[in-house]
Ligand binder design. Sequence first.
Ligand SMILES: NC(=O)c1ccc[n+]([C@@H]2O[C@H](COP(=O)([O-])OP(=O)(O)OC[C@H]3O[C@@H](n4cnc5c(N)ncnc54)[C@H](O)[C@@H]3O)[C@@H](O)[C@H]2O)c1
Ligand SMILES: O=C(O)[C@H](O)COP(=O)(O)O
Length: 526
Amino acid sequence: MKVLVSDNLADSGIEKLMSVPEFEVEVNTSLTKEEFQQIIKEYDALVIRSATKVTADVIEAADNLKVIARAGIGLDNVDIEAASKRGIVVMNTPEGNVITTAEHTIAMMLSLSRNIPQATQSLKVGKWEKKRFRGKEVFNKVLGIIGVGRIGRVVADRAKGLKMHVIAYDPYISTEVIDKMGIEGVALDELFARSDYITVHTPMTQETRNILNAEAFAKMKKGVFILNCARGGIVNEDDLLKAIESGIVAGAAMDVFVVEPPKDHPLLALDQVIATPHLGASTDEAQENVATAVADQVIDYLLRGTIRNAVNAPNIDGAVLARLRPYLTLAEKLGSLLAQITRGAIQEIAIEYVGEVTKEDTQPLTISILKGLLTPILGDMVNFVNVPVMVKERNIKVTESMRTEAEDFTTLINVSIKTSEERNLVAGTIFGKKDPRIVRINDFRMESAMEGNLLLIYNIDTPGTIGAIGTCLGRNKINISMMDVGQVLERGQNIIFLQTDSVVPKEVVQELLAMENVNVVQTVKL
Ligand SMILES: NC(=O)c1ccc[n+]([C@@H]2O[C@H](COP(=O)([O-])OP(=O)(O)OC[C@H]3O[C@@H](n4cnc5c(N)ncnc54)[C@H](O)[C@@H]3O)[C@@H](O)[C@H]2O)c1
Ligand SMILES: O=C(O)[C@H](O)COP(=O)(O)O
């Protein structure tokens, strides 16, 4: 398998990747866009940081790519939707640089308060400007944090150590969780009004782009300090410039920019602005952490199928995967069976997990059901990663429910479907430790294996019909390897569930259909 490392990755990560005999590792951090697009088709894995732009064009050309792995957090340089559509797992290493980035934020805050970069510069050109660089204490000041996820909460913790009063705005974190951090959760406008320092630690989203803009600056205390060690554009750069020039903002510390590197940005010409070239994650410790983590994740995925920290697929670890395997197989087969016996455009899928299976993480099982369902329709292009996108694109409503109390079987998965033409329900279980069985198709009960070429014949329950079906198949040289009969007694209906050694051709299906008492014949391949 070929692995391309296209950004600077710490040696420990590269060595780890190179130590895998199955891997051929190429490190090339100076590829042009054209070169990148040309060579990417050869690779199974791509390891990046923030410099490589993995656009839709690149992904389109990446015929063999299975995983894009980011040594670090931000994935705004990757077109995740395009990757998902091609079934490429996109993963990051969300923990490795959290402390480092939080420390950088604190370093920036103190540097800003005490004019350290400007004073250093002045001293180096032979000046001694004590009066010019008088600063401010952070002690007892209010720090407003926007976004208290992994980094924001470490910043909060360190700021409390500096005896600052920390307030935070994060609409996606409950008040109880914010309370537990020992900080005060507030509304955004209140944060603007009360803070002496405001720092942003959110991802870049539609909602957070320009969250600090002219309107926001107008609500702030005069003399506030602004910090951005998250993503360029969360703070509107032009509006920040005006807010500094008008005196609302006393100073700003910027680690990230809308365009990196920023070209002649007027902000950088201001004395009140200090800046670093996207150094938030750049410490020996963080780079070791993310490089070894990314190498481990790529190895685990390519060699063992274990998915960790993927943003477009559920996390499954090797041991859990092994335990879930029989359920995953059952789930996929149930989806596939349902797709093959149902006509019309799929509108709704309802999945019910009953008994033992509810102790497991059922999200991968739901994805397996959906994959099984869409594969007969869309073919091999459907996989574990892109199936949620495909389901969404087709506007299929998926609902899940659980019942812990088992009935006839210790585990049962019920899947029902509603299409433009009909409704169907199938249910399956596991026999022994790993044998998937179909136990119900609509009102018919059975206990049949789910494998190979299956023939489902719905007939009126009359003596001789089963014999006649056997004779017809025998005459056409089709061997029956398994047979099960499900009955709805009160309606005198049967379902004959046959497993055959070979595919039953259309002409034979027609022959069976022409038989008296046979109503429906369906062929299924599982
Ligand atoms: N400068 C660097 O080198 C560097 C290094 C690492 C991470 N980062 C960036 O730092 C940012 C934070 O990373 P993280 O790991 O803490 O992310 P995280 O996902 O752990 O936390 C982000 C938090 O932002 C909150 N949030 C989302 N939308 C919000 C909104 N509209 N208003 C308020 N809060 C909102 C979320 O609820 C979450 O708690 C990301 O943008 C990441 O890319 C930068
Ligand atoms: O998102 C991140 O992890 C940081 O922005 C670090 O980016 P880098 O790996 O390019 O330093």
